[in-house]
Write a protein of this length. Structure first.
Length: 150
């Protein structure tokens, strides 16, 4: 075979390998970016969901200290958020969220607290029904590699 033919084949093969490498690099980059964007979206969704649960749970816990449960439909929003937590969260977060709901219902069952009893219960950390839930959420979010940099 002639030298120019070998040169042409080598040039074509070099171009082919370069094109394949470029395509593979682009595909890997796009895939990595899509995975990262999806993970970031999931973390933001969990943050929003946990925030909703803490807000609603705090409101109900405060209400439960001074009122009885006259309308069970007051708990609907909290249980709605709990159901959404069941869809996306780990077992530890779910377990603590369910425990918060039970504690809130127990607070409604208790007699209403006077302002002095509220003060004593607050200092004894008896009213922080969302503490374990918050800690579990923090641990789950920190376990996410995307959340560590925040």
């Amino acid at each position: 075979m002639n030298v120019t033919l070998w040169t042409a084949i080598a040039a074509a093969m070099g171009s082919f390998v370069g094109a394949i490498a470029s395509i593979a690099t682009t595909w890997i980059t796009q895939r990595t970016q899509a995975i990262r964007a999806n993970s970031e979206w999931k973390v933001r969704e969990c943050e929003t969901l946990y925030k909703e649960f803490v807000t609603e749970g705090s409101r109900l816990a405060a209400d439960a200290m001074t009122h009885s449960l006259e309308r069970p439909d007051q708990l609907v929003a909290l249980y709605g958020v709990l159901s959404r937590i069941r869809l996306v969260s780990g077992g530890d977060v779910l377990r603590h969220a369910e425990a918060c709901c039970y504690r809130i219902i127990e607070l409604y069952r208790r007699p209403n607290l006077t302002s002095n009893e509220l003060h004593i219960a607050f200092e004894a950390h008896e009213l922080d029904v969302l503490r374990e839930f918050s800690m579990a959420c923090r641990a789950e979010l920190l376990a996410s590699s995307l959340y560590k940099g925040r």
